[in-house]
Design a protein around this ligand. Sequence first.
Ligand SMILES: *[C@@H]1O[C@H](CO)[C@@H](O)[C@H](O)[C@H]1NC(C)=O
Ligand SMILES: *[C@@H]1O[C@H](CO)[C@@H](O)[C@H](O)[C@H]1NC(C)=O
Length: 213
Amino acid sequence: MKLLAAFASVFPLIFSVERRDVGISIKDDSYPADFRPNFDSSFSVSIQEPLATAFHVLGTNSKLCELILLSPIASDCQLGILDSVNVDGPLEDAFARTAPAAPAGQGFPRQHFSYIETVKIIPGLSFLDIVVHLNGTYTWDQERRITLYESSPDTSITVRKVCTFEPLNNGAATNVSEVVHGQCPILQQPIVQFGARKVHRAQMSLYHTLFGI
Ligand SMILES: *[C@@H]1O[C@H](CO)[C@@H](O)[C@H](O)[C@H]1NC(C)=O
Ligand SMILES: *[C@@H]1O[C@H](CO)[C@@H](O)[C@H](O)[C@H]1NC(C)=O
């Protein structure tokens, strides 16, 4: 437990030092060309809903902001434009966020979004908070039930997340499985790797709360 507490208090500090050093000037065109993931996380949860319902709620833009706001450090989520993209090969291998928009009616739907992450350095001292503005896209393949989340690298941490949906218990439930690959500055890697798995599990464990209310 001591180690956990130490990690938790060091994470925002390193985050802040790094951000002040690096600033927010990382160019958007570094993705996908310079995307070299150095942290990851995989997790799955069973949802007690059939595949079509689970995918509609978690895999499309229908509750995207509610989904993002399950993270305790997220706020001010807004949906941007909804367009679509054509990609080569399967969606899970593609880079959809930076692809040009397809003509209307073609390709996979792509929902743009933005939100704010607030990392508290010292609880109660809000003027020390690190506030990060994130932009990203959520792109989904309705037929294959696969969703791709890509957040923009303005924050020096770039994340790709592939979400897959499979029926369980003869269709009564759904296995929702996510694989995250991310890239962060090398000095942050051990902390981000630890934090990413923790936050990912915490967020997915709340997915069931988006159903049936
Ligand atoms: C993020 O999205 C907002 C709203 O869509 C836009 O005004 C802003 O320019 C975007 N920021 C970046 C860094 O792309
Ligand atoms: C859900 O899918 C993941 C990834 O394929 C797998 O590891 C896990 O065992 C599955 N869970 C269930 C309950 O089938």
